[in-house]
Design a protein around this ligand. Structure first.
Ligand SMILES: [Zn+2]
Ligand SMILES: [Zn+2]
Ligand SMILES: [Zn+2]
Length: 290
């Protein structure tokens, strides 16, 4: 009838049924049935506070059954992964009151029970809710939990503005990424979405940014323990923290940057965790991990 001309103001839409309840396993999810457990700590720099073997003992003491042997592992700072033999066992663990009592927080790793795809050509004046409501999904494909429009950063005269693009990232519940979906009877091919490779400007590690950093500063110019932004060392005299090469640690020609990009590809293609994907690509030299 009439053409809308309202610019998109809403860039993320989360399906209401997914924004309320924490995630759990559905009957038709395939394994592995993994639950991540972490504990709120007052001092995040205090390092690992849960050890896998101690947590295994905690599970035993509290009569939590159906845990897979070798299924209790440390997966990052202050985080344990527990694998169960069934969806039911994992879900009953998620709602076990003893976890709350002991200040443990549980989550189901989303890469395990969701698939993330990218669709292009979504008119910029549509809200994400409108897009989601217009969709027709193939059978076997789970609901769209979340839709997020990608914005492109532009800098003009020192001012940063974000311009909406026609690309939208869709999170589907379940373990199937459809090849295409329909919006108002028009097909939209779905591509595998790969998370961008991000790097911290404070500690130079990947997968977080400086506002989320919990580590001590390491200079991306000279590798000394201070922040790189104020360091005066030039790139000719630089030492890379990752490969010891003669470039800034944030230089995209660093072999570690390409490795991190490959990790993101494997994570997207196989829906596995960062740690798992990372362990597949050997680290020839990484002084930061030592
Ligand atoms: Zn950092
Ligand atoms: Zn420096
Ligand atoms: Zn390097």
């Amino acid at each position: 009838m009439c053409v809308r001309s309202i610019p998109s103001i809403q860039t993320v839409h989360v399906h209401p049924s997914f924004s309320e309840a924490p995630m759990s396993y559905a009957e038709d999810d395939k394994g592995p049935f993994i639950v991540h457990v972490s504990r709120e700590v007052s001092d995040p720099a205090s390092g690992t506070t849960i050890r896998a073997i101690k947590f295994g003992q905690f599970l035993h003491t509290n009569k939590i059954k159906s845990v897979v042997n070798d299924g209790v592992k440390n997966v990052g700072r202050n985080k344990i992964s527990v694998q169960f033999t069934s969806a039911e066992a994992a879900n009953s663990f998620l709602s076990n009151p003893v976890l709350d009592l002991c200040k443990y927080k549980t989550t189901v790793p989303t890469y395990n029970i969701t698939r993330i795809g990218l669709v292009k050509g979504v008119p910029v004046d549509w809200s994400m809710q409108e897009l989601v409501e217009s969709l027709e999904l193939p059978s076997g494909c789970g609901q769209v939990m979340k839709a997020r429009r990608l914005n492109r950063k532009t800098i003009s005269e020192g001012t940063v503005t974000w311009i909406p693009t026609q690309s939208v990232v869709l999170t589907f519940r379940g373990q199937m990424l459809p090849e295409k979906i329909y919006s108002y009877h028009t097909s939209l091919p779905v591509e595998i979405y790969k998370f961008p490779t991000i790097q911290c400007l404070i500690c130079c590690r990947y997968s977080h940014i400086k506002t989320q950093c919990r580590s001590k500063p390491r200079c991306y110019k000279c590798a000394q323990p201070h922040t790189g932004e104020s360091c005066e060392v030039s790139e000719d005299n630089a030492t890379c923290l990752h490969c010891s090469g003669k470039h800034f640690t944030i230089n995209k020609s660093c072999p570690e940057f390409s490795r991190q990009q490959s990790i993101k590809v494997i994570m997207a293609q196989e829906s596995i965790s960062y740690l798992e994907a990372s362990s597949r690509i050997p680290l020839p030299l990484d002084p930061m991990q030592k």
